[in-house]
Design a protein around this ligand. Structure first.
Ligand code: GRF
Length: 188
């Protein structure tokens, strides 16, 4: 029997490498999601190119007026019957109203071992503080930045020779693995 896949929207603002990993995951026969929509606040986001390539509808929304932007998105999510949102490098903080209106899970991925190093420039701060470990976290989204309940986390060691580029590359690699895993975990 074919698995019934959860209709999913991915929100991005930039490069879209996590979007790519989620598309790859969604195309597996046994995956739990199907991606119906890519939302971006940035019309120049590199990741938007994946919309055409994979024939996934894209929606570009100007967040200058966040309230209007969120209403527009909610309308689209409802009309497409979207049941899961994955934020993947989405640089806007969704309002409490939006989170309450969307009655289904909203997930985010963050490149640190939350609750440590919320916010931007995580790798830089981690190296400055000479941390021995870093990693990434998939968590539920609430109205506070990078603060919702943790779903899955993966830890890696930082070596003396690791610089910013090395750390970002290593963490990004595990991000691509952990996001699908976290989805599997919550939809099981
Ligand atoms: C990732 O490091 C993610 O954890 C963070 O923003 C970055 C997005 O990268 N929230 P990409 O656009 O998925 O390549």
């Amino acid at each position: 029997m074919a698995i019934k896949k959860i209709k999913t929207a991915i929100f991005i603002s930039g490069r879209g490498s996590n979007l790519k990993s989620l598309i790859n995951y969604s195309r597996k026969k046994k995956s739990k999601i199907k991606i119906f929509l890519i939302v971006s606040n940035n019309s120049k986001a590199e990741g938007l190119k994946l919309s055409k390539k994979h024939k996934i509808k894209k929606m570009i929304v100007d967040f200058k007026n966040q309230k209007m932007a969120e209403n527009k998105i909610i309308k689209e999510l409802n009309s497409q019957n979207i049941k899961l949102i994955c934020l993947a490098g989405f640089m806007k903080i969704l309002s409490k109203k939006f989170i309450n209106k969307f009655k289904h899970p909203i997930l985010n991925i963050h490149p640190s071992l939350l609750p440590k190093y919320k916010g931007l420039n995580t790798h830089k701060r981690i190296l400055q503080n000479k941390e021995k470990y870093t990693g990434c976290t998939v968590h539920y989204v609430n109205e506070k930045l990078d603060s919702g309940k943790i779903i899955l986390q993966k830890k890696i060691k930082i070596f003396k020779k690791d610089n910013l580029k090395k750390i970002s590359d290593k963490v990004l690699k595990i991000e691509h693995a952990i996001y699908p895993e976290a989805i599997e975990k919550i939809l099981n």
